[in-house]
Ligand binder design. Structure first.
Ligand SMILES: CC(=O)N[C@@H](CCC[C@H](N)C(=O)O)C(=O)O
Length: 379
């Protein structure tokens, strides 16, 4: 299905107002305003912090089928060619959450406007703070969610590398376990000309950053997979002052919790070495941790077979990726799956130039409305 102009407008409006996790105030209001324009007979709406839950009542209601979209943005200065760029300096929807929310609204619109209700209830979950600190876990625990807790749950994520019309997924693990990583190094500052009287935290941070990569190459089984990325380093105040403090900010990705514990153990050992070697003090904080995204075997296989039969989209059985997603917490408790949605753009997720194809929106709305219609008839 070609993406209707209405959804392109919605996506562009959302793209203009990217907000940090748990501060999605304008986004929440925009979504609520749109939802208020839909026929209300079958709808029940609740907010939870900056998130929204919308229930579409079914004719039988023996089960509830859930669909989740994430809402937050990233601290990136946009560098796209768009006319509808972010109006929030330093913030951008660079991970497709504007697209995900639009697809959620498109599917919701279909079921709110449908002549007859489907048999099952449907639950649309607009979840804050996926990029951090993680909205899924507290939302799952919230009374508002538990009262409408779905029996099955589905979600998607745009994939820059696949052409529009492709859906990629697999039964079992799709995304990795993640842990944020913050390391503060505290030494002794001083005059640039007297290094022997100070403990330089720029040099300590540089050594530690390089050493961390040896964990992946020397401590993780080469047949397993793990990633440590240090995405940000801050240190010092001026070019001729030896830095008293340095802060490394990063993320750890592993395909098993066993590897996660092992990697963290090695990080702690290397940090102790830096403390001894550079006569400094270090503090480690693991921030937010997400569990793997594990697709339910049987339900995912059934979806993949349904795709092959209906040809609504082209199925690609993919390998797992080292991305993280707190949707994993929903899937740890509720059977379901996540899939990659082809969005055909040369720049990757979290890049300032990413321009996902808006045609992917129509593909996803079409696929998920047809799949939910089929599933909500009791399958
Ligand atoms: C799909 C995606 O890009 N997700 C994020 C999740 C971030 C998890 C957490 N804040 C971390 O950085 O570890 C990702 O970076 O994979």
């Amino acid at each position: 299905m070609a993406t209707p102009a209405k959804y392109i407008d919605i996506r562009r409006s959302l793209h203009r107002i990217p907000e940090p996790g748990f501060a999605e105030f304008k986004t929440q209001q925009f979504l609520l305003d749109y939802i208020a324009t839909l026929p209300q007979e079958r709808l029940e709406i609740k907010t939870w912090r900056t998130g929204i839950l919308v229930k579409v009542k079914g004719s039988v209601g023996a089960r509830t089928l859930g669909y989740r979209a994430d809402m937050d943005a990233l601290p990136i200065q946009e560098d796209t060619s768009y006319e509808f760029q972010s109006t929030h300096p330093g913030w951008m929807h660079a991970c497709g959450h504007d697209v995900h929310m639009t697809i959620g609204l498109g599917i919701l619109t279909h079921f709110a406007q449908r002549d007859e209700p489907v048999a099952d209830h449907l639950l649309f979950v607009f979840q804050p703070a996926e990029e951090g600190p993680g909205g899924a876990l507290p939302m799952l625990a919230a009374e508002e969610f538990q009262a409408w807790r779905p029996d099955l749950i589905f979600g998607l994520h745009i994939a820059p590398e696949y052409p529009v019309g492709t859906i990629a997924t697999r039964p079992g693990i799709l995304f990795a376990n993640t842990s944020e990583l913050f390391i503060d190094l505290i030494g002794k500052g001083g005059h640039a000309a007297f290094p022997h009287q100070a403990n330089d935290m720029v040099v300590a941070a540089a050594h530690l950053t390089a050493q961390l990569q040896s964990i992946i190459s020397r401590n993780v089984n080469p047949l397993d997979s793990a990633v440590i990325t240090v995405g940000k380093i801050e240190a010092g105040t001026k070019q001729n002052i030896i830095a008293e403090r340095a802060r490394l900010e990063g993320t750890i990705r592993t395909l098993s919790m066993d590897s996660m514990h092992k990697v963290k153990g090695r990080i702690e050992a290397l940090v102790k070495g830096i403390e001894a070697g550079f006569e400094c003090r270090a503090e480690i904080d693991y921030g937010a941790n997400y569990c793997q995204v594990y697709n339910h075997d049987e339900i995912t296989r059934e979806f993949m077979n349904w795709l092959k039969e209906t040809q609504v989209a082209r199925l690609h059985e993919c390998t797992e990726a080292m991305t993280g997603e707190d949707f994993g917490y929903f899937l740890a408790e509720i059977p379901g799956f996540m899939f990659w949605l082809g969005a055909d753009t040369p720049y990757g997720l979290h890049h300032a130039k990413i321009e996902p194809s808006e045609e992917a929106i129509g593909v996803a709305i079409d696929t998920m409305t047809r799949y939910l219609e089929w599933k909500a008839a009791g399958r």
